[in-house]
Design a protein around this ligand. Structure first.
Ligand SMILES: Cc1ncc(COP(=O)(O)O)c(C=O)c1O
Length: 397
């Protein structure tokens, strides 16, 4: 069969889903020698041995069989303990479900609440995998652009609620957000909660960067739906071990959901991945129970690097940005740039620096580039010096 015939024989969703601009930049950039990679959302520190050791020991001890669909009891109990420490209230292990990365938690949420033609509201710029997870499912992402005005990103809640239609099933909120670092206030979360309660919609929260929050009062985390919601209401939260504990390559996360959904979630896990490897879960128990110090170091590093990036980009003419209040990305506009995808590729080739194109994050993202700053500060400095030199001699597309 020809390539065309083979492609014609798969579903339109799988054929037509656009490539992520982040992945495209990374795949190309990895072929160019000497590039400093700042395209992906991960740090440069490998997983610490105190988390990997229990995973290795588990493997060596023969823990290599099928396991609990919803995750081993020890990990779900450790998740409840971790949340109790961070929220100062009781949590039940019965509300936690272990998944293959935060990505699978998102996928399960979509599979559970949005059927063919159903809509989920997504404030943008947003991580492109949201739209992809919906489209592959036959559901429709309804993008609601945030405004970048007077150097600040703002989510217009009236515009968000006006986008609700009879097909809307959920409002998704990623706070702190990838890529802009926008972080919802408690009042904004309450407004979204009340709008969802009134209309019987799901709150679909993504708080994977909640600990990377740079509040003015030394807060340990960003405001959360968990501050204002009942554990048994229409709230679904995606989270992950990837970001807090330097475990991006492990592909393990969790979903927090009302207990009543447990059988439905387990059935979806059964037909998606049939569960997450038990040995990895042993490493995650160690991360939750013994990872606070490491996480604090990661947060301090991100904060210091954010200040470095703000200072360096602040010196460059024609660059505009809001100082991010959370996550570990800088989303910055370059004056005169109207094709961020082409500019990203040129900066890889000509300056040997790897950013991600703003356009891939949806409406509101064109004209911007994203860089991850949870990296070695010396590399960040080198990358931004190279970029500054490039800006002086080149015009963006
Ligand atoms: C906003 C957001 N949610 C979820 C994830 C999922 O992370 P993972 O699948 O690595 O657990 C990411 C990763 O970049 C993200 O940026």
């Amino acid at each position: 069969m020809s390539i065309e015939q083979l492609l014609a024989a798969i579903t339109p969703q799988s054929r037509n889903e656009p490539d992520s601009g982040i992945v495209k930049a990374a795949m190309y950039g990895m072929t160019v020698p000497g590039v400093i990679p700042l395209w992906s959302g991960e740090g440069n520190t490998p997983t610490p041995e105190i988390f990997t050791r229990p995973a290795i020991d588990s493997l060596l001890a023969g823990e290599t069989f099928y396991t609990w669909q919803r995750g081993i009891p020890e990990l779900r109990e450790a998740l409840a303990r971790y949340h109790e420490r961070n929220f100062g209230r009781p949590f039940s292990h019965e509300n936690f479900f272990v998944t293959s990365g935060g990505m699978q938690a998102i996928q399960i949420i979509v599979q559970m609440v949005a059927g063919d033609g159903d809509e989920i509201l997504i404030p943008t710029p947003a991580w492109p995998n949201y739209g992809g997870a919906l489209r592959i499912q036959g559901a429709r992402p309804v993008e609601v652009p945030m405004d970048f005005r007077n150097g600040r990103w703002k989510l217009d809640l009236d515009r968000l609620f006006d986008a609700i239609t009879p097909r809307t099933r959920a409002i998704s909120l990623n706070s702190p957000s990838n890529p802009v670092g926008w972080t919802a206030t408690l009042d904004e979360l309450i407004a979204v909660r009340d709008a969802c309660r009134k209309r019987g919609l799901w709150m679909f929260g993504d708080e994977v960067y909640s600990r990377f929050y740079y509040g003015d009062r030394g807060e340990k985390r960003a405001p959360s739906f968990l501050d204002i919601c009942d554990d048994e209401e229409q709230l679904l939260l995606a989270n992950t071990f990837s970001k807090n504990w330097a475990m991006t390559g492990w592909r393990i996360g969790w979903l927090q959901a009302p207990k009543a959904l447990a059988p439905a979630i387990e059935r979806i896990i059964q037909v998606n991945s049939s569960g997450t490897a038990a040995f990895m879960q042993r490493g995650c128990v160690a991360a939750l129970d013994h990872g606070d110090k490491f996480l604090e170091q990661q947060i301090a590093k991100a904060r210091a690097n954010r200040d470095l990036v703000v200072a360096m980009l602040g010196e460059m003419p024609g660059i505009r940005f809001e100082i991010p209040r959370g996550a570990f990305y800088m989303f910055f506009a370059i004056e005169g740039m109207s094709d961020s995808a082409a500019t990203t590729m040129r900066i890889i080739d000509e300056a040997k620096v790897g950013f991600a194109p703003g356009a891939t994050f949806g409406p509101g993202g064109e004209g911007f580039l994203r860089m991850c700053y949870l990296r070695d500060p010396a590399k960040i400095e080198e990358a931004l010096n190279r970029f500054h030199g490039w800006l002086k001699t080149h015009r963006p597309d």
